[in-house]
Design a protein around this ligand. Structure first.
Ligand SMILES: [Zn+2]
Ligand SMILES: [Zn+2]
Length: 357
């Protein structure tokens, strides 16, 4: 049998994406956050402080022990809407730009841009309004945040469950927003749009009357949503040698651009080892691939722990399996991806592979 590993000689790296440090509204310095991430076995961090690349200019990128720190920023428009995570850029954008303008601008500079929390709906408090994406006519975005841990935590928040949520923050992580997944499937019919999972970690103090509590310390947030990439080269090899950080940065972004990644909710299980691929006419296709061909295809998915594995075509479930493996054959082109559930919650969301007409 072909296994995930022999089907792809790729290397897995585990990332935490969409982090705020004390350069904007996060609560800790980047070095301290990296030290916490190292203890949590996270391989790379993508920081996106609001509207500043100052930490990048100060040379805070690179290896911090065994954690690769990469720095972009989170951009917004003049109305503080349309939040956009921009990476691989050296200069901040003009704050007067519209979302359509900055998406095109980041693309023209060779950057990598991700639409943040596109369907945010939280309405708990005027101090924390929702920031949904509205500029869907924008051209040139590379990715979309299919799951934002902070949005989900805030969305279901009420005066009644607030204390429970503060004490058990990870239990509020249940599923990505269905509307976003549906849009993501539609977008992928046209071109590749990478799905990532963001933590949006701030660890900000939250006021309840006179009491100020730090909700969600970084070490807890790092047990929530992670984005795994499958890379062409290991960031650190078996001998413990690290790629020079600039090369490691290209390797990570190459995987993200190719859509070779998946999102894992760590509050219900470690996702390392998950693989999803398709076999057709003696060829193997994987997440991010887009191709045209004829003939029957066999999709396979393997998971490191047992779960309920669903295969979706154009957003509709076409196969399901219980356990650690799914095998499913079909002859219909479409946008194919896998969702895995554990403990009645979403666990792993693959990026799609697209068999085109
Ligand atoms: Zn935001
Ligand atoms: Zn943010």
């Amino acid at each position: 049998m072909v296994t995930g590993e022999s089907a792809f000689p790729l290397h897995e790296a585990v990332g935490a994406v969409h982090l705020h440090s004390n350069f904007s509204d996060g609560s800790l310095p980047i070095e301290e956050i990296a030290a916490i991430a190292s203890r949590k076995k996270i391989n790379f961090l993508l920081f996106s402080d609001h509207n500043t690349l100052e930490p990048r200019r100060l040379g805070l990128e690179g290896w911090k022990e065994d954690v690769l720190v990469l720095i972009g920023c989170e951009i917004n428009d003049a109305d503080d809407r349309n939040h956009y995570l921009a990476f691989l850029i050296d200069r901040e954008i003009d704050p007067k730009m519209s979302a359509e303008e900055y998406v095109a601008h980041i693309w023209s500079m060779g950057g990598f841009g991700i639409i943040a929390h596109p369907a945010e709906k939280r309405n708990f408090s005027d101090a924390y309004p929702p920031y949904p994406w509205t500029a869907w006519n924008a051209k040139g975005f590379d990715g979309i945040e299919i799951w934002n841990q902070l949005s989900e935590w805030m969305e279901g928040l009420t005066r009644l469950n607030m204390l429970w949520r503060i004490w058990h923050p990870l239990r509020s992580i249940r599923f990505p927003v269905w509307e976003t997944l549906q849009r993501w499937d539609q977008l992928n019919r046209e071109r590749r749009i990478t799905g990532i999972g963001g933590i949006d970690v701030h660890a900000f103090p939250f006021r309840i009357g006179f009491i100020s509590i730090e909700i969600y310390p970084y070490k807890v947030q790092f047990r929530s949503i992670r984005t795994h990439v499958l890379t062409s080269r290991p960031l650190i090899n078996e001998r413990g040698e690290k790629l020079p950080w600039r090369e490691a940065e290209s390797v990570v972004f190459e995987a993200l651009k190719q859509g070779r990644c998946f999102v894992v909710n760590y509050s219900v299980g470690d996702g390392r080892g998950f693989r999803f691929w398709g076999e057709q006419n003696n060829r193997v296709y994987q997440m991010g691939d887009r191709w045209c061909s004829k003939g029957t295809i066999t999709f396979r998915a393997v998971t490191p722990l047992t779960g309920k594995i669903h295969l979706l075509r154009d957003g509709k479930r076409v196969c399901r399996a219980k356990g650690k493996e799914l095998v499913c054959s079909g002859d219909q082109p479409g946008v194919y991806r896998v969702e895995v559930f554990r403990k009645n919650r979403g666990w792993i969301y693959s990026n799609p592979m697209v068999w085109m007409q």
